[in-house]
Design a protein around this ligand. Structure first.
Ligand SMILES: *[C@@H]1O[C@H](CO)[C@@H](O)[C@H](O)[C@H]1NC(C)=O
Ligand SMILES: *[C@@H]1O[C@H](CO)[C@@H](O)[C@H](O)[C@H]1NC(C)=O
Ligand SMILES: *[C@@H]1O[C@H](CO)[C@@H](O)[C@H](O)[C@H]1NC(C)=O
Ligand SMILES: *[C@@H]1O[C@H](CO)[C@@H](O)[C@H](O)[C@H]1NC(C)=O
Ligand SMILES: *[C@@H]1O[C@H](CO)[C@@H](O)[C@H](O)[C@H]1NC(C)=O
Ligand SMILES: *[C@@H]1O[C@H](CO)[C@@H](O)[C@H](O)[C@H]1NC(C)=O
Ligand SMILES: *[C@@H]1O[C@H](CO)[C@@H](O)[C@H](O)[C@H]1NC(C)=O
Ligand SMILES: *[C@@H]1O[C@H](CO)[C@@H](O)[C@H](O)[C@H]1NC(C)=O
Ligand SMILES: *[C@@H]1O[C@H](CO)[C@@H](O)[C@H](O)[C@H]1NC(C)=O
Ligand SMILES: *[C@@H]1O[C@H](CO)[C@@H](O)[C@H](O)[C@H]1NC(C)=O
Ligand SMILES: *[C@@H]1O[C@H](CO)[C@@H](O)[C@H](O)[C@H]1NC(C)=O
Ligand SMILES: *[C@@H]1O[C@H](CO)[C@@H](O)[C@H](O)[C@H]1NC(C)=O
Length: 551
């Protein structure tokens, strides 16, 4: 996902200034090797439950939102019961600002009274991208010819809603006029109250989840729920974020990038001259000392000092991130900062171009920009839908201003702390192959935060995380199994990694994200568990022929 306006423009500027290379591609999915695909070939996954769902949600109030599950363009199967459309952000009858949602009831025969919200980041990016390429009931991954049923859909476990927010994003309506996360949370609360009333879900447990810049949205919205003191509408039960920005950008994205590249040097192949120059800059810019001093488990007593943002310095010398990015693009013009093992070519994404260098074949359409899709989903037909909007959603009414979100990262101002302490159910994840927000960068931000009376984690995460084996096969939505990462938990905050995930963790490692949701919802204890997915009867294991069983 686009991460932040500042970062993106810095990427564009710096890359151009330093190397003249064009930034690259984001959201891509590797294909399984043909031999394995052949060996595994069997009937594609088919969801048996869709036709017999109970319609407890279908009422006079919700009827107008009902989506015809067999009428989704290009989707050759019934996606089941769902509701989509716009709801205002307040009960004022003249309210012009509306958020767009797509709500899918759980396919479990008995689901507790609970609902999970999913949010993508940006700022300005649509959560429908998560639905289509990460955790939705059907997925259409980059480089694949058609959508498929997703065996790892989060709707398999619970009631799911994908929301396009804040005002200005995707199909949402109205003029954005917010400047910070507290206003964003107020907007969201207004919408959420309308949603809960419409679908009669008062007092249901609510979990807020998301990715990337939603590392800001999710804790601030959850904190907004807590502040409302109104569990009839805002009954917060936990949050989960992956590959999130939660702290200071210089710490999370600049200081950590040399160690990251050194770690992956056997994959990146940067030459010695370049690496030596970068090592020297790491010293000169004070990043080496900062890393040595503060990246510790347990951490030294905080608060950790804030280093200058190199983007606002007279030259880009200390902008390690963009300098590396430029160098990496010279070696591998398809280098993907969101998933660093990718090489050329760029596969086409149904979500459209968001970075210069993305590939769109002539005549290709952006899926959610199609008239038939907009009609099917009760969106305003003719909306110019973009995966990440080109207007400024934090511009205080000035859509073309450069002003950004004025809130600090939620790990720095108490909002994330309050959410952890209120729920003792916060899960933060990280794809190890993500370079834009690295595992160690996220841990660094955590080390400067105090919650439940103690600062940071006392040990570096080192417990083995396990993803169950499972029988599903579906060429357009695959998930690995076995030993999948490491995890750690202290005082209500759990952290996990996914070795093979890039930035969009539920898209790259769908089984691991599915297990995460089982933990968040309280159905599985933690990532050490080797029990099968709660939605499957058997305990499937790797048989050593195709997959090697994890220890
Ligand atoms: C945004 O505009 C609405 C009126 O359209 C107003 O009620 C609201 O207070 C404004 N919000 C901010 C944060 O300026
Ligand atoms: C909720 O309760 C807290 C603490 O009791 C209080 O500070 C806050 O103003 C209340 N918020 C609302 C919206 O009533
Ligand atoms: C992350 O930090 C740990 C602990 O210092 C270190 O062992 C590891 O190599 C680092 N990984 C990367 C990718 O920088
Ligand atoms: C560390 O946390 C404090 C708040 O406890 C915050 O003021 C400071 O900006 C944070 N430092 C960094 C580098 O984010
Ligand atoms: C760029 O800025 C750094 C400090 O940010 C300084 O050490 C360096 O000399 C500057 N380089 C040039 C070419 O101005
Ligand atoms: C070394 O790597 C940098 C960054 O990729 C590149 O600009 C430079 O041309 C390379 N040097 C040689 C001799 O290839
Ligand atoms: C969406 O469709 C409109 C009208 O066909 C077109 O002008 C616009 O460029 C499209 N937007 C994207 C992001 O493809
Ligand atoms: C994890 O780290 C702790 C604390 O450093 C250590 O006691 C423990 O042995 C480590 N466990 C593994 C599996 O490495
Ligand atoms: C959360 O866990 C801490 C221990 O880490 C405990 O002291 C606190 O009471 C718990 N809070 C809630 C709301 O359960
Ligand atoms: C499931 O299989 C794994 C791997 O063989 C095993 O470790 C675990 O104990 C089994 N779990 C159950 C609940 O049978
Ligand atoms: C999702 O639910 C379907 C239908 O019950 C089931 O066949 C499938 O195995 C489930 N997927 C997972 C990962 O449990
Ligand atoms: C291992 O699993 C594959 C796929 O389910 C199956 O085709 C194969 O027969 C199994 N091999 C053994 C030795 O059980």
């Amino acid at each position: 996902m686009k991460l932040s306006l500042t970062l993106l423009s810095s990427l564009l500027c710096a890359s151009t200034a330093l190397a003249g290379s064009s930034p690259h591609k984001r959201n891509v999915f590797n294909k399984a090797r043909p031999t394995i695909e052949k060996r595994l070939a069997r009937q594609p996954f088919q969801h048996p439950e869709l036709q017999k769902r109970a319609s407890r949600f279908l009422t006079d109030k919700t009827e107008a939102f009902a989506v015809n599950g067999s009428g989704i363009p290009e989707v050759p199967f019934d996606v089941g019961e769902s509701y989509a459309g716009l709801l205002p952000i307040s009960d004022d009858p003249d309210e012009t600002r509306k958020l767009f949602f797509w709500f899918f009831p759980s396919t479990l025969s008995e689901t507790p009274e609970e609902v999970v919200i999913w949010l993508n980041g940006g700022p300005g990016c649509s959560s429908l991208s998560g639905l289509l390429t990460e955790n939705g009931p059907f997925t259409w991954m980059s480089g694949t010819a058609a959508p498929v049923q997703n065996p790892y859909s989060w709707t398999n476990l619970t009631n799911m809603i994908w929301v396009e927010q804040p005002v200005g994003v995707g199909y949402s309506q109205g003029t954005p006029n917010i400047t910070d996360e507290v206003e964003l949370a107020t907007e969201f609360r207004g919408f959420w109250k309308q949603f809960i009333s419409t679908f009669e879900m008062q007092n249901w447990k609510t979990y807020v989840t998301g990715e990337s810049y939603a590392g800001y949205y999710v804790p601030y919205i959850a904190d907004g729920f807590i502040q409302a003191n109104d569990t009839e509408y805002f009954n917060l039960a936990g949050i989960s974020i992956n590959d999130p920005i939660i702290g200071d950008e210089t710490m999370q994205q600049q200081v950590v990038i040399l160690p990251f590249v050194e770690y992956w040097q056997a994959l990146t192949f940067l030459n010695d001259t370049f690496m030596e120059q970068m090592r020297q800059r790491q010293q000169e810019c004070g990043y080496a000392d900062y890393w040595d001093t503060y990246f510790q488990f347990p951490p030294p007593a905080g608060p950790f000092p804030v280093l200058p943002d190199p983007y606002y310095q007279p030259n880009y010398t200390c902008d390690m991130f963009d300098n590396f990015y430029s160098g990496l693009l010279e070696v591998n013009p398809c280098f993907n900062i969101y998933h660093i093992t990718e090489t050329c070519p760029h596969p086409f994404s149904q979500l459209g171009i968001i970075n210069t260098g993305d590939y769109q074949p002539p005549g290709a359409q952006v899926y959610f920009n199609r008239t038939d899709v907009q009609e099917a989903l009760h969106a305003v037909v003719g909306t110019n839908w973009m995966q990440c909007t080109d207007i400024n959603v934090f511009g205080n009414g000035n859509a073309s201003s450069d002003a950004g979100d004025t809130s600090p990262g939620p790990a720095r101002d108490g909002s994330l702390q309050r959410v952890i302490e209120h729920t003792n159910n916060t899960i933060i994840g990280s794809g190890d192959l993500d370079m834009i927000l690295t595992t160690n960068g996220t841990l660094f931000a955590i080390q400067n935060m105090t919650w439940n009376g103690v600062q940071g984690f006392q040990t570096y995460p080192n417990k083995t995380a396990y993803t169950p084996y499972h029988p599903e096969y579906n060429g357009g939505a695959l998930a690995g199994a076995g030993v999948s990462g490491v995890w750690h938990s202290e005082r209500g905050l759990m952290f996990y990694t996914a070795h093979l995930a890039g930035h969009e963790l539920p898209g790259y490692t769908a089984g691991t994200a599915y297990r995460m949701l089982e933990i968040l919802l309280g159905r599985v204890k933690d990532f050490s568990s080797t029990e099968a997915f709660t939605t499957q009867s058997g305990n499937f294991t790797g048989n050593g022929t195709i997959y090697r069983r994890g220890e």
